[in-house]
Ligand binder design. Structure first.
Ligand SMILES: [Zn+2]
Length: 202
């Protein structure tokens, strides 16, 4: 069992496995937030629009009970916000489609520009943690990226590019001054080795 599949490679799987004529229906259920979100993102990429997580509603215990994902498309030709959204009701982690609007008030992004869709590239939290810890012990973005790509069995499974990696490290620069924590980094390596017996560290 793969317990901690990187979020980005999960998206790659969902995108690849998406049925050609897939449409959401009321009552459709997803096992987790990640499943629900990635399904909508994969669907959005197929159509040619971006996704943004919007409003949530929480119960007394602070647990999220509603999630709304909205179309992220905006631009000079979109005068009013796009009405497209999907709303999930959450119970014990299970995401159930409650409501949606499938129509958009703008053109979709053409196929050859789909790499520009904002939600498409993102760095998973797991990868972010590794990048930060590597940076703290002086391993730069390029090396770290190669390492993660190798760990994910190819950079195409990572879901982000070297520049995202460098931008992320740039944005984290103030947090990196604290100094290295070798033990934490070794723990990461150890953890990765447990997940992937083919991965060795020296
Ligand atoms: Zn839209």
């Amino acid at each position: 069992m793969r317990e901690r599949e990187p979020e980005t490679s999960h998206l790659a799987h969902v995108t690849r496995d998406l049925e050609k004529d897939f449409e959401f229906t009321i009552g459709m259920i997803f096992a987790s937030e990640l499943e629900a979100y990635h399904k909508y993102v994969a669907y959005a990429i197929g159509k040619g629009f971006g996704v943004r997580k919007s409003k949530t509603r929480k119960n007394d215990k602070g647990e999220i009970t509603r999630w709304i994902f909205v179309c992220n498309c905006a631009g000079p030709e979109v005068r009013y916000g796009c009405p497209a959204f999907i709303k999930f009701k959450i119970e014990n982690g299970v995401h159930k489609v409650m409501d949606y609007v499938l129509e958009h008030n703008h053109e979709f992004i053409p196929k050859h520009q789909k790499h520009l869709i904002r939600c498409r590239r993102m760095i998973s939290n797991t990868c972010k943690g590794v990048l930060v810890d590597m940076a703290k012990v002086g391993i730069g973005g390029t090396m770290a990226y190669k390492f993660l790509a190798n760990e994910a069995e190819g950079s195409e499974n990572l879901g982000f590019i070297l520049r995202d990696c460098q931008n992320f490290l740039q944005s984290e620069r103030s947090n990196l001054i604290e100094g290295g924590d070798c033990q934490k980094l070794l723990n990461h390596f150890h953890c990765m080795q447990m997940q992937n017996p083919m991965f060795f560290y020296a």
